[in-house]
Design a protein. Structure first.
Length: 257
């Protein structure tokens, strides 16, 4: 029986697992490989790892790290961070990742997305679109860990990435990152209504009910979160967690007993 994918997004800084709030206030969470082992036990659908310093430091995510995840993970995983060449992607895939997540290079060299799709196929190429709001409530795009602003329109840029062959788009609200304020459902809907490739909702999920609304109201194809899967309780105690198969069934198919 079909159900949407539920994806933990794990942030790396200096090869440690961290969590952010609105892309700032980095808090160390623990060892990422230990997190992979726990997510294995919980039969997680898929993982995304993002190296948040890679583009700024003009490098890609550690291939040694990708290899370690590939050796340990029982689920598909995608990685992002500093990817800007065909060889970057080839090296990452050779070390065990199923997909790559591209952000900065999609803005600085959009034609690279076409080249990547031609070389590796649409299903391998995921575009992460980071979105903020200005004081008037207008959406705008950012990249390079939110430090650079793009003049591209959000929906038009998503269309361009689809036309260039990307297989999936992650829509992330920077303003809601780590806040538990809920996804920006209108943002997700504005993109998902107008393109046909899968959209993954990210940024601000407060609880599992947000997953349902992202799917049913915003037409996301999958849901992702960070804080929800690494923290527990109002004091944000570090606890790697993930819904069980029974919780998933009750969540997405409540009428089936």
């Amino acid at each position: 029986m079909f159900r949407p994918r539920v994806i933990p997004v794990l942030l790396l800084k200096n090869l440690g697992l961290v969590k952010t709030v609105k892309f700032n206030k980095h808090r160390y969470i623990g060892d990422p490989i230990n997190a992979v082992k726990i997510f294995n036990d919980k039969k997680t659908d898929e993982l995304i790892f993002l190296d948040i310093n890679a583009s700024k430091e003009n490098r890609i995510i550690s291939l040694e790290f990708v290899h370690k995840v590939g050796d340990e993970a029982n689920m598909p995983f995608a990685v992002g961070g500093g990817i800007k060449t065909i060889q970057d992607i080839r090296s990452i895939l050779e070390n065990g990742a199923e997909k790559v997540v591209i952000n900065t290079a999609a803005f600085e060299n959009p034609e690279f997305i076409k080249e990547a799709v031609d070389a590796f196929g649409s299903s391998t190429i995921v575009i992460c679109i980071d979105v903020k709001k200005d004081f008037l409530g207008n959406y705008y795009l950012v990249y390079k860990q939110g430090k650079k602003k793009s003049k591209e329109n959000v929906v038009e840029f998503a269309h361009k990435m689809q036309e260039y062959g990307a297989g999936e788009i992650v829509i992330q609200s920077v303003d809601r990152d780590g806040t538990y304020e809920g996804y920006d459902f209108n943002l997700i809907k504005s993109v998902s209504e107008t393109i046909s490739i899968p959209i993954v909702a990210l940024g601000g999920a407060k609880d599992y009910s947000d997953f349902i609304r992202a799917i049913n109201y915003s037409f996301a194809s999958a849901v992702a979160a960070g804080s929800l899967f690494v923290y527990h309780g109002p004091r944000k105690a570090v606890l790697i967690n993930y819904p069980s198969a029974e919780e998933m069934m009750n969540l997405f198919h409540p009428d089936i007993k």
